[in-house]
Write a protein of this length. Sequence first.
Length: 461
Amino acid sequence: MAEAKAAASAVPKKPAIDHAHPLSRTLLAKLDYDQLTNCMRCGFCLPACPTFRETGVEPESPRGRIALMKAVADGLMEPDQAFRDQMDHCLGCRACEPVCPADVKYGQLIEQARDAIEDHAERGIAARGVRRLLFQGIFPSRRRLRLLGKALAFYQKSGLRRLVRSSGMMKLFPEHLREMESILPEATGRGVIERIGTFYPANKEKVARVALFRGCVMDVLFAETNVHTVKLLAEAGFEVVIPRDQVCCGALHAHSGELETARDLARRNLEAFKDAGIDYIVSNAGGCGALLAEYDHLLQQDPSYRELAASFSSRVIDVSRLLAERGRLLDFAETGAGSAAETTTVTYQDSCHLRNVMGSSDAPRHLMKRVAGVTFAEMREADRCCGSAGIYNVTQPEMAGQILEHKMEHANATKARYLLTSNPGCLLQMRLGVMKHGNGSGMEAMHIVDFLYGRLSGPPD
């Protein structure tokens, strides 16, 4: 009996707070308090954290932010603007998790903290309107995403973009938004389903049946990459289905304090995929795949979907890992262009969530090294965040810009012709990096799927 009482007393208990700030109460209710107390303050996370590396300031580290969360939740500190700013400054890259000896789920804590903060956010009418439009209006709706894609395509191809730029209207926007507009790829309202349908057969003998998660940004700005993903999978022996009713994964919502909307989107995706009769759910976007793989955590308190979410999450896999480990060996041409004597140097920027959450860092490198005529040059600190982090490069442009500049120093040192990555946000950020800091080297940022597809021996039409 005495041992049982001692064990019970060792379990951390949430403090009872009678006179706390409303945000403190919300944090206390939403935070996983066990995870807060699991942090041993050892400091292993410090050198892994991009914002701490940039500033050297303790509150800019995972350990520091956890201490701030606990102090506010315990009612020991007022949740002032400085506290909110520190939660916003986190990239959410989760590089701290693989190095944590206590296995603290920091990514879940920062999402819970932001969700609590959002409940008490004081924003102007314009800011509230923009958030509502994006998070409630556009991203959850496939029809509105298609309309957005068509509108962007019209802007890019009709001459309107040229007119806007020449008129000086872009100067009305902050510099970082002007830069992002300049590197946007060609948008489209015709996603992967509109191009190839909802089913694509395996080439030769079928290895397995898989479903493609087509994403939201991917299917508007990188629809061709989705198509190439399907065709690569087919060449490797996978029969591919693309459930029509799937929606945004909810990652941007989860990272921005909109957890309940993220849960609603997760439920819709579970329904869309549950009768597809598939072995794997394939993602070609590291950020999307990471949240899909954590639907079991996201819906662990929902008895109606808990079991379905666990089954779904266990089958989520990145396209590179599926191709490298489960599919038939792809037949690559000697080179993608030029004579057979030419070699092409490539380097790779890890998607943070693909590496730190899904544990898929080796597979993309194995695939690149299989391509004849290609020399792979490992980039120094390829595992460090590039500064994209969802919409971080839009909301925190100064810190994102610092991180990107350092990233490009390492990328340039490889003298690579192609800078490859596995996530749409990372790809846009690396394109920006090449434009701003590429030193005229001719380096091109590209999704690894597009690079591999372009080097197949006789790519399928």
